[in-house]
Design a protein around this ligand. Structure first.
Ligand code: AMP
Ligand code: MG
Length: 328
């Protein structure tokens, strides 16, 4: 089933068929403010297993459970005082919290961990859909495992047409990178994945916050897999003479592409602008990586944003998409 809605003016009745699919054990892709998600009833093991199969996602990479209110939250995790503080400031929004799980959450959702990742989206369609089902919805990003996350409905169709029971198309995602994942079961709290809620903002609210080892190694099992990779290899070029080095490296290729940021417009066959702020970069990054693929480039060069704030989230995704390859 394919349902197209206007995320600003839709009526909840338009989502009822999708809610029914989720209630009866199906999987449904839907827009959120970060990226599109592929959801299933978090309490239904068989339904959640379908997500892993549809994405080709490794079983040991746990899912985020999405809720619409605090009653649902109490069913799936233990809400600590620190969590309450962060929830009051940042929910609904792009912040996922790792908390101790309740017995109600099946192992398939958490990949056997005794913690669960929880988030409340701000996106009106995601929110309404979860409320209509009356269920917590386990949902990773709605892409094939390893590919760039989907920030437009067309990306979801490309990856999951015929693999999902339902796709809700609701326009472009506002943030464009996945949620910040914060582990509240360790002291000090550790960011396992940087996102639109920044380290600086979190520290303002709860004091010391650190980046987990390698941003994600031990506690975020998903991080060991290839991520966000377009078909063409990606190389990162940083520093004042980055463009010069890109031109040099590009001379060995037929159809090189560049994702440029705060430089003059490069003279390469395929040049895509990443905007002029880290937030614009975030909103365009996954779109751009997929666009390079559809324009058939044989290599992608990318000029990253500076570190700090949302720049950290963009750099994290970009370096992973490049497999950490840089040109000197
Ligand atoms: P995705 O929904 O595809 O963006 O991936 C969800 C991210 O959250 C992955 O990086 C997971 O490894 C991470 N995650 C989910 N649950 C947990 C958990 N209980 N502990 C640590 N990381 C988690
Ligand atoms: Mg993902």
């Amino acid at each position: 089933m394919f349902i197209e809605v206007n995320s600003h003016t839709f009526h909840e009745e338009e989502l009822l068929p999708a809610a029914a699919i989720l209630q009866s054990g199906g999987i449904c892709a839907f827009p959120t403010e970060t990226v599109y998600g592929l959801g299933a009833n978090a309490f239904d093991e068989a339904a959640v297993s379908k997500i892993f199969k549809a994405k080709g996602r490794p079983q040991d990479n746990p899912l985020i459970v999405h809720v619409a209110d605090s009653v649902q939250l109490a069913d799936i995790c233990i809400v600590t005082p620190l969590a309450e503080k962060l929830i009051a400031r940042f929910w609904g929004g792009p912040l996922t919290l790792i908390l101790p799980k309740t017995d109600a959450v099946p192992r398939v959702v958490t990949a056997g961990l005794n913690t669960v990742a929880v988030r409340m989206p701000s996106h009106p369609v995601a929110n309404a859909l979860i409320r209509l089902t009356g269920l917590p919805i386990a949902a990773p990003s709605a892409n094939l495992s390893g590919k760039p996350s989907p920030t437009r409905a067309s990306h979801v169709v490309t990856d999951l047409d015929g693999r999902a029971d339902c796709i809700i198309a609701g326009g472009d995602c506002e943030w464009g990178v996945e949620s910040t994942v914060l582990d509240l079961t360790v002291t000090p709290p550790a960011i396992l994945r940087p996102g639109a809620v920044t380290k600086e903002e979190l520290a303002e609210e709860i004091g010391e916050v650190i980046y987990g080892t390698g941003v994600g190694a031990p506690k975020s099992p998903g991080m060991k897999y290839t991520h966000y990779a377009p078909s063409a290899p990606v190389y990162i070029a940083e520093g004042p003479d980055a463009l010069e080095r890109v031109y040099k490296a590009a001379s060995g290729y037929q159809n090189p592409g560049i994702l440029y940021y705060r430089t003059e417009q490069p003279h390469l066959p395929v040049s895509i602008s990443a905007g002029s702020t880290p937030a614009e970069y975030a909103a365009r990054l996954f779109y751009a990586l997929r666009e390079f693929d559809s324009r058939g480039v044989d290599v992608i060069f990318a000029i990253p944003p500076e570190a700090g704030g949302m720049g950290d989230a963009v750099r994290n995704r970009l370096f992973k998409s490049a497999g950490f390859k840089t040109i000197e």
